[in-house]
Design a protein around this ligand. Sequence first.
Ligand SMILES: Nc1ncnc2c1ncn2[C@@H]1O[C@H](COP(=O)(O)OP(=O)(O)OP(=O)(O)O)[C@@H](O)[C@H]1O
Ligand SMILES: [Mg+2]
Length: 392
Amino acid sequence: MAASDTAQVTSVEHLLASKELVVICGSGGVGKTTTAAAAGAMAAAHLGGKVLVLTVDPARRLATALGLEAFGNKETQVPRDLFTEAGVTPRGELWAAMLDTKQSWDDLVRRHAPDPETRDAILANPLYNNITGKFVQSHDYIAMERLHDLHASGRYDLVIVDTPPTRNAIDFLEAPERMADFFSSRLLRWLTVPARSRILSTASKPFYTVADRILGSQFLADIAEFFILFQTMYDGFVQRAEAVQRTLESECTTFVVVSTLEPAPAHEAEFFLKALAERDLNLGGLVLNKVLPDYLLDPQTGALAERLADQSASVAEALVAADGDVGEAKAVARVLGEVADSYANFRVVATREAEQKARLSNRPEVVATVPYLDSDVADLAGLLDLGTRLWS
Ligand SMILES: Nc1ncnc2c1ncn2[C@@H]1O[C@H](COP(=O)(O)OP(=O)(O)OP(=O)(O)O)[C@@H](O)[C@H]1O
Ligand SMILES: [Mg+2]
């Protein structure tokens, strides 16, 4: 896209203009999916080119905002009309797809299975569905895998990838490496031993006899078959995992960390920023989301709120008309007192947020602050509105 890599990147707009892959990460519920969609909508509207947002489990309202009734792995174009209805003539195209883990695993198996028989046997294996659904880092790996795939396809100028709500945001950075490790692991070899050779070693025989009794021999046979079949895909998988890793490390890829300023997510964001630096991965920017407004920090309004709390009774008297009764004045005084207290509480939180922000902001060059919005994003106009705050 437009700007060159050497130009200084000072905003999310510049960042998206200079990269081809953007990975949006952060802890659960901070606004990753919303940020990914808003960034994609802005890029399609103002930068041009073909932009794809790969989302994970978007809220129904968000999917509807993108004009997508049901979107799965298949990439779908967001109707141009939605942009014009929102008062914007888009320079490019916005596409969206969802990360369907199960379907993506099936595609991987189809790609890597050595022959049609093995492919069908894996897909039909009773453990396969279960395991791909619950595989450690299965979602993480698939997210990275699809990112690599879509980028390599060359169909898009910019791919923005939302990441799954991981317990630990570091997990998916390591997913490709772990996948490669898993396929070459001793554990996998060990698991496949009993079925490869029915002659069990004396040492492991008691284990399998007990396991057989508890789990049933069919279960063990299914496990063994599954792993043996899976191992036939070893080379393909390891090569892929390495290619995915290279894509993550490449110059055209950047990571954007999203966080709120609450202590736990902010702490995790800090940890994540450090982890990216340690891995020499490109940190593009930090998005601080759902931030309280700056005016709460203004000492003058703070002093006003304190005065209101102290003098709520006299202010109430002045407000209630001369013929208003005493009860009414008291009620108004209570409301004013509560409002002033509540303002003071918000001020305390905003002050803590500002401290947190100062701590986090000293690392990345691009820091965008998005305020806490009163209403959920319901349409493309809402998404572009949020995106505008992200942009500058
Ligand atoms: N700036 C904002 N102001 C108010 N609400 C917001 C803001 N950003 C996001 N939200 C709301 O917060 C909720 C969580 O957002 P979102 O789904 O984007 O988070 P997420 O990080 O993707 O969550 P998960 O980790 O579960 O995938 C949604 O209801 C979304 O509409
Ligand atoms: Mg999400």
